[in-house]
Ligand binder design. Structure first.
Ligand SMILES: [Zn+2]
Length: 421
């Protein structure tokens, strides 16, 4: 009955990957080409895209023209980087983001602040708002996020194809199932923020998972077939990525590596388990090792310990202990998951860069012997604070860059023509 009900309620559409008619084939190729422009960050020439997608040259020309006519792309004369002058109107060039093309809004929600950014098709990011939590409550901060999204939604109008939200909690679907802030317990983020915007889906993911997704798409894990990513803030989260896709578990809440007993004893953890890795590594572990009670912004506190480690023996010792604990846990996870490389972001990157020898010593000490000759590289993120935001934007583009997603693109001029026709 359930199956039957679904079949009758949901509009039946063919799988996005299966194209049987020429119209479907065309829609499929348009989505593939636009996806390739997105993945390539607007740096690939039309010839390179044509080769990469095994398209006939004439077909690619027609597809590019079609996408340009729908304000999805515009062709520039050369790659958009610091060394190349941007110039328009040349027939052979680099398909790039249209100035009035689709954008994704992204939110990095944290316990004590939030950031809103906008991403163009090619991944170019502009941070729009950063706000500390001045609201008395976590609920108040969600209201502030909704207000900012409404304002930015009006600013970008029907260019907005959706909103991605990175949240500091394990999620089931779009619900925060174990946030640090008790008021956020069981809050469905999509339901809370969705009404802020008229257009596009609101998609929610765990911040560490999205940081990993960002590394696979735009960062140090790009092109790595099987990668492990670790994002360390107050706690430690992360994700295993297979062919660039996060393995998020049956409910979306995999990757809570900080709550595995990788280094600990029987000590109880805030999560309900015992001996958790984050008690020894991450901001929590670092502050404990430094003998500092946690107060206010734990990340800032932890960064201060790292910053004073060169001159203060107590900080130096704490950094060494936390770094070694970080490394030991990484070794255990590599034994379990056999990745090609391990990405590190947030405090993990900072700890690694501040004391690489201690991290490496811990790492090699727990790696199984057969892995030690050629251990997976530890790769500090280069995306900095933009990791979770970038991952959140990728959720939105993943939904958009399909035949179905593109069919909803309003393309104002086209729509007007249709109305008057
Ligand atoms: Zn725990």
């Amino acid at each position: 009955m359930h199956e039957k009900g679904r079949g009758t309620i949901v509009g039946v559409r063919k799988d996005d990957g299966a194209a049987t008619t020429s119209a479907e084939l065309r829609a499929h190729n348009l989505a593939r080409l636009l996806r390739a422009v997105h993945d390539g960050g607007g740096q690939l020439t039309r010839a390179e895209l044509t080769r990469r997608l095994s398209l006939a040259r004439g077909t690619a020309t027609v597809l590019v023209r079609d996408l340009a006519g729908r304000r999805l792309i515009e062709e520039l004369a050369g790659p958009v980087d610091a060394t190349v002058q941007r110039a328009r109107g040349r027939p052979t060039g680099v398909p790039s983001a249209h100035v009035r093309g689709p954008v994704a809004l992204a939110v990095d929600l944290r316990d004590d602040s939030f950031t809103v950014a906008v991403f163009e098709l090619t991944g170019r990011c502009t941070v729009l708002d950063r706000q500390e939590r001045d609201a008395e409550s976590g609920t108040g901060m969600l209201t502030d996020v909704a207000d900012r999204l409404r304002i930015r939604g009006r600013q970008f109008g029907d260019r907005v194809i959706g909103v991605g939200i990175a949240v500091p909690s394990p999620v089931r679907g779009s619900t925060m199932v174990q946030p640090t802030l008790t008021e956020w317990q069981d809050v469905d983020v999509t339901a809370a923020l969705g009404p802020s915007l008229a257009c596009g889906p609101v998609l929610t993911g765990n911040d560490a998972t999205l940081a990993g997704l960002a590394e696979a798409r735009r960062g140090v894990l790009r092109g790595v077939p099987v990668a492990l990513h670790l994002h360390v803030a107050t706690g430690i989260g992360g994700v295993l990525l297979a062919d660039g896709l996060p393995v998020t578990g049956a409910h979306g809440s995999a990757g809570e590596f900080g709550h595995m007993p990788l280094t600990g004893s029987d000590e109880p953890c805030r999560c309900g388990s015992v001996g958790c890795w984050e008690l020894d590594a991450g901001a929590r572990g670092l502050l404990r090792a430094a003998g500092q009670p946690e107060h206010g912004d734990r990340m800032l506190q932890a960064e201060q310990v790292i910053a004073t480690a060169r001159t203060d023996p107590r900080s130096s010792r704490a950094l060494g202990l936390a770094a070694r604990a970080l490394g030991r846990g990484i070794g255990a996870l590599v034994n379990a998951q056999d990745p090609e490389a391990v990405g590190l972001s947030g405090l993990a990157a900072e700890v690694y860069q501040a004391d690489p020898d201690a991290v490496t010593a811990g790492y090699l000490s727990t790696l199984m012997r057969f892995r030690r000759a050629d251990p997976p590289a530890l790769l500090p993120s280069t995306l900095g604070d933009l990791g979770a935001l970038t991952g959140a934007s990728e959720l939105v583009f993943d939904a958009f860059l399909t035949p179905r997603g593109l069919s909803a693109w309003p393309a104002p001029e086209v729509r007007t023509e249709e109305k008057t026709a």
